[in-house]
Design a protein around this ligand. Structure first.
Ligand SMILES: *Cc1c(COP(=O)(O)O)cnc(C)c1O
Length: 430
């Protein structure tokens, strides 16, 4: 095999496929895996080719500790403009007073907000993880649960909607310094205005973690939490469809503390190539095309919900306001884990999830969390989601014949090709 890595000169010129066929083959296989299955993991998406280009770009070579105009390194004149563009676009998109686009991912956004306004031992009030929160909202083994005193609220046992009486009661009892709303597995709109009222009653700061639904907010399909919150955090790679990363929005009065918490508080050099890709993601998210995409994400989530209910499955809250649908398997024999594995056999990728008041451990769980951002990105429409829903329901039947079901999934994928222009594992690979 001609592997061009014998000399320094060869190393400087070699592209991946020649230099490292092993990794190149794995990347190619991952592209084929993504193309060949129905991706229903609600937190995943297929980003834009333009974003992939930004992420594979040369600012990866640049150190830029600090902020635009205030760096600890020379040569930052261009990355300053990249980062300022990302900041300005994020602020405009969500109507925010301040934006920090340096957090490497969603977890870092929440860590930075906590560091900016809390001392270890301070109380945070957040949604219980098994009711739809996130591990950075106070899981015991996460930094959040180790550093802070965590008070929790959940959903109502009957409606599965956030129990605002409980939020208010616990807030008055525990007097949190920070209230967190938003989560990873809640299929209804987050009413930040109602959380604001409770936060004001007890003198707490308010954070909305819109990691999951930021894309729907950007498109105007869910209410923007920013006017009601001291802080808003988000990923960029879920509904927002950008690079794997995060950003923080906040009121001007918290700007300095948030910036200091991110750097030098918890991160070193920012990933300016990813920040370039975030700038592109924000530009796209402000467009009419993006609004059309998100409108289809919503329509597809409703179509999926309808077809699952028609097929006899239970959904938490009966449906969705967002991109995600939560199947409650408690009435039948399936566990979340077994259902996840069965769907894998028919070329559908999903993840098990606890349902509120679940009696099974999270590794087994009694629910499935399904989302439509990724399939919508590859072109699925309502009739396709009806077909997906019927494949799911038939796959979970006792006498399921899996071969023909996998074939129906494959046919859907073939009708809606992912990254049809890509020749290799990257946008412009030979
Ligand atoms: C996904 C998610 C995060 C964390 O994002 P990572 O990029 O995985 O670190 C934080 N909060 C919520 C609500 C999420 O859904």
């Amino acid at each position: 095999m001609a592997v061009a890595q014998e000399t320094f000169q060869e190393l400087r010129q070699a592209l991946l496929a020649d230099l490292d066929p092993e990794v190149a083959a794995l990347l190619g296989r991952e592209l084929e895996r993504q193309r060949g299955q129905i991706e229903l993991i609600a937190s995943e998406n297929f980003t834009w080719p333009s974003v992939l280009e930004g992420q594979a770009s040369v600012p990866t070579n640049k150190y830029a500790e600090g902020y635009p105009g205030r760096r600890y390194y020379g040569g930052c004149e261009v990355v300053d403009e990249i980062e300022q563009l990302a900041i300005d676009r994020a602020k405009a998109l969500f109507d925010a007073e301040h934006a920090n686009v340096q957090p490497h991912a969603g977890a870092q956004t929440n860590m930075a907000v906590y560091f900016s306004c809390l001392q270890p031992g301070d109380t945070i009030l957040a949604m219980r993880l098994d009711h739809g929160g996130h591990l950075t909202h106070g899981l015991k083994v996460n930094f959040s649960g180790r550093l802070y005193d965590i008070a929790t609220y959940g959903v109502d046992r009957e409606t599965n909607l956030i129990d605002f009486d409980e939020v208010a009661r616990v807030a008055h009892e525990r007097r949190p310094k920070l209230i967190v709303c938003g989560g990873s597995a809640y299929s209804r709109a987050i009413e930040a205005d109602r959380f604001r009222e409770i936060a004001d009653e007890v003198g707490a700061l308010l954070l909305c973690d819109m990691a999951h639904f930021a894309g729907l907010v950007a498109a105007g399909l869910l209410p923007n939490p920013t006017p009601h919150c001291d802080f808003v955090t988000s990923t960029t790679h879920k509904t927002l469809a950008g690079p794997r990363s995060g950003f923080i929005l906040c009121r001007e009065e918290h700007a300095l503390a948030v910036d200091k918490a991110v750097f030098p508080g918890m991160q070193g050099g920012p990933l300016e190539h990813t920040i370039a890709a975030k700038a592109t993601c924000f530009k796209i998210a402000a467009s009419a095309g993006f609004r059309a995409y998100q409108t289809q994400v919503r329509a597809n989530a409703d179509a999926l919900a309808d077809s699952l209910v028609d097929g006899g499955l239970d959904l938490l809250t009966g449906g969705t306001d967002t991109h995600l649908v939560q199947v409650d398997l408690r009435r039948g024999d399936w566990t979340g884990k077994d259902a996840e594995e069965r769907l894998h056999e028919v070329k559908i990728t999903a993840n098990r999830n606890t349902v509120p008041f679940d009696e099974r451990p999270p590794t087994v769980a009694s629910g499935l969390r399904l989302g439509t951002p990724a399939v919508t990105m590859r072109g699925f429409q309502e009739q396709d989601l009806h077909e997906v829903g019927s494949v799911i329901c038939e796959a979970l039947a006792d006498d399921a014949d899996l071969g023909p079901l996998a074939q129906r999934s494959r046919a859907l994928c073939e009708r809606n090709p992912l990254y049809p222009g890509f020749r290799g594992y990257a946008t412009y690979a030979a």
